[in-house]
Design a protein around this ligand. Structure first.
Ligand code: SAM
Ligand code: SF4
Length: 326
């Protein structure tokens, strides 16, 4: 079966699969008022997930990231990890989490086949962490990162959204932390969502400023790896950790796009920002629908646009990233 490819020659070997919209944090840039259910909470079942993973694995997907909302809120999260890791075509099973259950479950998830983990830590100052996430769980999350490193995860990635007037003074603290710890730190530029312009304009910090600061301190840009996607990665001879910058507003950001997204209710999103989701769920009900599902995936890929239109303030249908997994 042929690899998923769009009209601009981009190949898609990476799927971000959301398994829930629910979240227990209230990050000010994502769910400032916390999660409020809309409509029926009927997220993908284990058998639907199995059919989805199977179809994507037949069209070249090699890496699946389980995301949300907060994916680890699902009671069957370990079963989901196992379904993905049992598929021989999927080489990498990853998740992105706010880390609040990591200390207790890192070993269990590793044993089920999870190999990459991104933990969101927007500040190393517990007070600022609370101010940004609305949760007093800094120590718990940091214990989770230690537990992941002990459980066997080779490296842990830490995501931090850069916010003007909030965590923008934290760079020295982050750098100090990764001097002797094998953390891949990923600074994500704030993206405008349906939450509105005001928040964005008040807190958006250009990734290019951080890039300039890093380069002036001896960090150098690494040669891009197939797995990097749109991230720009930096390393420094005196540091065990590395730094990645995700700058969605940078020129050519979309040129290296290698990912597709499926929402927790089974809709395919060709981009985070430009269109409404395309229904897949009707074809996730039986294993004998695989050929039809694959045909639909190929047909939809032809619709993928060359770039997002964030620069024009067009944020698409994505009200917040918890609904589609970031
Ligand atoms: N709840 C999990 C977490 O926070 O890690 C997974 C889902 S969350 C939507 C995935 C990532 O998207 C997180 O690292 C989060 O910081 C990031 N994110 C959410 N809203 C964002 C925004 N408006 N701009 C940039 N990154 C955002
Ligand atoms: Fe929840 Fe993640 Fe959104 Fe924070 S960024 S509110 S942890 S989904």
């Amino acid at each position: 079966m042929s690899q998923l490819q769009d009209n601009f020659g981009r190949r898609f070997h990476y799927l971000r699969m959301s398994v829930t919209d629910v979240c227990n944090f209230k990050c000010s840039y994502c769910l400032p008022d916390g999660y409020h259910p809309t409509g029926k909470q009927h997220f993908l079942s284990l058998s639907e997930i199995e059919n989805l993973v199977s179809a994507f694995s037949q069209v070249g997907t090699q890496k699946i990231r389980i995301t949300g909302g907060e994916p680890t809120l699902r009671k069957d999260f370990t079963d989901i990890v196992r379904i993905v890791s049992d598929n021989p075509s999927i080489h990498t099973v990853a998740t992105t989490t706010n880390g609040y259950r990591l200390a207790q479950h890192a070993k269990e998830w590793f044993d089920a086949g999870l190999r990459r983990i991104n933990v969101s830590v927007d500040s190393l100052d517990p007070k600022m962490f609370y101010q940004i996430t609305g949760e007093n769980k800094f120590d718990e999350v940091m214990r989770g990162i230690d537990a992941a490193l002990t459980a066997g995860f080779e490296r842990v990635k830490v995501n931090a959204v850069l916010l003007k007037g909030m965590n923008d003074k934290d760079l020295p603290r982050f750098l100090n932390w990764i001097k002797n710890t094998p953390i891949d730190l990923r600074f994500i530029e704030l993206m405008e969502t349906g939450l509105g312009r005001d928040y964005f304009q008040a807190h958006h910090l250009a990734g290019a400023d951080i890039k300039a600061q890093l380069q002036s301190q001896g960090w150098s840009l690494d040669i891009a790896d197939i797995d990097d996607g749109p991230a720009q990665n930096f390393s420094h001879p005196d540091y065990r950790g590395r730094i990645g910058l995700i700058m969605p507003y940078a020129k050519n950001f979309c040129a290296t796009c290698n990912r597709l997204r499926v929402s927790a209710k089974g809709k395919l999103h060709l981009c985070l920002f430009t269109e409404s989701g395309l229904e897949l769920r009707d074809l996730l009900q039986h294993p004998d629908q695989q050929a039809e599902l694959i045909e639909r995936l190929h047909a939809q890929l032809a619709q993928k646009k060359e770039t997002h239109y964030l620069h024009q303030g067009i944020t698409g249908v994505t009200q917040h990233l918890a609904s589609i997994g970031g």
